[in-house]
Design a protein around this ligand. Structure first.
Ligand code: 5GP
Ligand code: MN
Length: 349
């Protein structure tokens, strides 16, 4: 099947490295894991566990509650809460598989643990410019999500027989969330073929969608309304919009991890808007999120001005500045990108 898509040598290398594991395997998502990072990690955890390996999951930080229903959630060791247990899991392993990130800096405070690692490291990811911290890198931007990529790899290995309904559910969650329910980053028909295969494995896609998207608190819905009404600025001349959430706002709406998920996409529903930004104030920095439509590359904006990166149409970063400085910075960069944004607008229907 999809051997051509990933490359038989890489798949055999992946299989060989996993097979040569004699102690245990640690699976790692990035900091503040999203649905794709957790879907990939939990799906792979299920498959390799079914195959008889000892597999542990260490997450640099916690992740949103609307992913806690997933198979394997109880197994996840949160590094920020349990640093010693995490360090032990890593030191007792001889293989780490990193999923859904391209730079070791995306591990945040966990970075030193990986830098000094004695075992082998595999990186499976779909972001551009993978770093060189791994022994085996399987990285391909033509995949909608890391979940689609890892599933495709597994399908071509002897581990395919261990992909059960639970694993398929996790992989589907990754694909669904990274594509905004098949709204963006689905430029390749293979994504739908992958979903067809997952569907044949018995997943209930309506139920998965509902568990992820119909699981919000009243506070989050009210925060969304508040931000749309009071925290959004539209720059029609630049086909751009931005939104912010201050620490005070978060307090007022009992903010929990993930409560701002998807907010950054909303301004793109405004006619003519192809560039959107969300700035969420944290205690030490501003978390930035960018989305675009068409060819305008927001990862370039994020890399140049916000210490970040990501994909062409979805990127993020962290800025050590105040909220007002961040908003001013955003406004000031718009003229520089005006021409490129306009080119994207012209290609919209
Ligand atoms: P989000 O806006 O959902 O947090 O992130 C969108 C995408 O941007 C992620 O999938 C990831 O590729 C990238 N991204 C988010 N935050 C960071 C960051 O701090 N650094 C880098 N390099 N990429 C990020
Ligand atoms: Mn992803």
């Amino acid at each position: 099947m999809d051997l051509d898509r990933v490359g038989i040598e890489l798949i055999r290398d992946f299989e060989r490295l996993v097979e040569s594991n004699t102690k245990s395997i640690v699976l790692l998502p990035h900091t503040n894991p999203d649905g794709d990072a957790m879907g990939s990690v939990l799906g792979l955890w299920r498959v390799l566990t079914n195959a008889g390996f000892v597999v542990k999951i260490v997450s640099p930080t916690k992740y949103p509650e609307f992913y806690h229903w997933m198979d394997g959630h109880d197994e996840v060791i949160n590094f920020s809460h349990h640093p010693k247990q995490s360090a032990r899991a890593i030191s007792e392993s001889d293989l780490i598989i990193c999923l859904d990130f391209n730079q070791i800096a995306r591990l945040g405070d966990m970075k030193p643990l990986i830098e000094g690692y004695q075992g082998k490291i595999i990186l499976v990811d779909h972001h551009p410019y993978p770093g060189d911290f791994a022994d085996l890198v399987i990285s391909d931007v033509s995949f909608s999500s890391t979940a689609e990529l890892i599933f495709t790899i597994l399908q071509s290995t002897r581990f395919a027989q261990f992909i059960d309904r639970n694993a398929a559910t996790s992989f589907f969650t990754g694909i669904m969330t990274d594509t905004g329910s098949f709204d963006f980053s689905v430029s390749n028909p293979n994504t739908f073929e992958t979903v067809a295969q997952l569907t044949r494995m018995g997943i209930d896609q309506q139920d998965i969608h509902s568990k992820v998207y119909d699981n919000y608190s009243p506070d989050r819905m009210r925060l969304m309304g508040f931000c749309l009404s009071n925290r959004m600025t539209v720059y029609p001349e630049y086909h751009a919009a931005c939104m912010y959430i201050s620490l005070e706002d978060q307090k007022a709406f009992n903010f929990k991890t993930g409560d701002n998920e998807g907010f950054v996409n909303m301004p793109l529903s405004i006619k003519g808007i192809v560039f959107s930004a969300l700035f969420t104030e944290k205690s030490k920095y501003i978390k930035t999120s960018f989305r675009s439509k068409g060819e305008f590359a927001v990862n370039e904006v994020s890399e140049k001005y916000f210490n970040g990166g990501g994909h062409r149409n979805a990127a993020g970063g962290e800025l050590y500045a105040s909220l007002s400085e961040t908003l001013a910075k955003f406004e000031n960069l718009l003229p520089e990108f005006a021409d490129r944004i306009k080119q994207s607008v012209n290609k919209q229907p």
